[in-house]
Write a protein that binds this ligand. Structure first.
Ligand SMILES: NC(=O)CCC(=O)C(=O)O
Length: 303
C-alpha cells in the first residue's frame, strides 16, 4: 500500500473511532494528562493545551488535568500565580481548547484569587467552551509527618464551602481535589446525588502515595459503586514538592483499568457505565443501609 493510501486509511479509522466513542450512549473515552509542571505558567498551560489536542485525536470526550497544573505546588507561590476565574489567562486557554477540540475538560486545579482570598480551584469546560462547574478544594491539605511530608495549605489558601457536580451527557460527575478524596462522606453525598463517576485532580506525595493513593481511589470506587479518575502531575524529583504520579482510573468493582507510572505520560481509558449499573443491581448496598442503627447522610441538607 502507498504511504498516502495508508495515511488516508488511518485517518478514516481515527475519525470513525472518534465518532463511535463520542456518540456511544453507554460510555465515553477519558484522557488523564500526567503533565510535568514547571515554574513557567505559560509553558505549563501550552503543554496542557497540546495534550488536550492529542487526547482529541485519540478519540477522547473528556480530558482531565492534574491538581495545580499551571503552577508549582507551593504555599509560598499560590498567590503570585493566582488568577481570577473566569477571565484569567489559564481559563481563557482552557475555554478555547474545549471549544476548538469540542471536548469536555476538567481543568485540574489552579490557584484562584477572589476578594483577596486564594483558593485551589478546579474548573470544568463543555465542548462550547462554557464554564459549567467550579470546585474549590474543600479539605485543605494540612499534614505534618516528621521525616516525611509537612504541608500547610491553610497558610496560603481559603477552603471552598460547596460540593460540585457536572453533567456529561447523561452521566453525572462529582468533583473533589486531592485531599478531598480522604473524606468518604463527601463521596457518599455525591453517590446519593446520583453521581456515576468521581473525579479528583490530585498531587499525592512520596510519603503517603505508596500506601494510600491507590487504596483511597479504590475505596471511593467500591464504596460508591462509581468510576473514579484521579490525575496527578508527573514526578519531578528535584522539585519542592515531589508528586507521586500514578494517575489512574478505577471501575466500580475497584479494578484499576489503567495506571500511569511516575513519568510524564497520558492515559486514554474507555468507560462503560453499563457495568456500573449491573454492579449496583448485583450488590445493592445503597438499599441495604441500616438507617436504624447508624446515622446516614441527608443529602437534602448538603446540596
Ligand atoms: N495535594 C494534596 O492534597 C495532597 C494530599 C495527599 O498527599 C494526602 O496524602 O492526602
Amino acid at each position: 500500500m502507498f504511504a498516502g493510501q495508508k495515511l488516508l486509511r488511518q485517518t478514516i479509522t481515527l475519525f470513525a473511532q472518534v465518532r463511535m466513542v463520542s456518540s456511544n450512549s453507554s460510555g465515553f473515552r477519558v484522557a488523564l494528562l500526567q503533565l510535568t509542571v514547571t515554574a513557567d505558567k505559560s509553558t505549563n498551560v501550552a503543554n496542557a493545551i497540546k495534550r488536550v489536542q492529542q487526547a482529541k485525536l485519540n478519540g477522547c470526550t473528556l480530558a482531565i488535568l492534574p491538581e495545580c497544573f499551571n503552577a508549582p505546588y507551593n504555599t509560598a507561590l499560590f498567590r503570585e500565580y493566582s488568577e481570577v476565574i473566569p477571565g484569567g489567562d489559564t481559563c481563557e486557554a482552557l475555554s478555547q481548547a474545549a471549544k476548538s477540540n469540542e471536548m469536555y475538560i476538567v481543568g485540574g486545579s489552579i490557584p484562584e484569587i477572589c476578594d483577596d482570598k486564594v483558593y485551589n480551584t478546579c474548573t470544568v469546560w463543555d465542548p462550547n467552551g462554557n464554564l459549567i462547574a467550579k470546585h474549590r478544594k474543600v479539605h485543605l491539605f494540612d499534614i505534618n509527618i516528621p521525616g516525611g511530608v509537612c504541608f500547610k495549605e491553610s497558610d496560603a489558601l481559603a477552603a471552598g464551602n460547596t460540593l460540585n457536580t457536572f453533567q456529561l451527557g447523561k452521566f453525572k460527575i462529582g468533583l473533589g481535589i486531592c485531599y478531598d478524596i480522604r473524606f468518604a462522606e463527601m463521596a457518599a453525598i455525591y453517590r446519593k446525588q446520583g453521581c456515576d463517576m468521581l473525579i479528583y485532580p490530585s498531587a499525592f506525595n512520596m510519603t503517603t502515595g505508596p500506601l494510600h493513593w491507590s487504596l483511597l481511589i479504590r475505596c471511593r470506587a467500591v464504596d460508591n459503586q462509581a468510576f473514579v479518575a484521579v490525575a496527578s502531575p508527573a514526578r519531578v524529583t528535584d522539585s519542592n514538592y515531589v508528586a507521586w504520579g500514578h494517575s489512574m482510573v478505577v471501575d466500580p468493582w475497584g479494578k484499576i483499568l489503567e495506571e500511569a507510572s511516575e513519568k510524564d505520560m497520558d492515559l486514554y481509558v474507555d468507560l462503560d457505565f453499563g457495568d456500573r449499573e449491573k454492579m449496583r443491581q448485583q450488590i445493592p448496598t445503597e438499599n441495604q443501609r441500616r438507617t436504624d442503627l447508624y446515622d446516614t447522610i441527608d443529602v437534602k441538607n448538603k446540596v
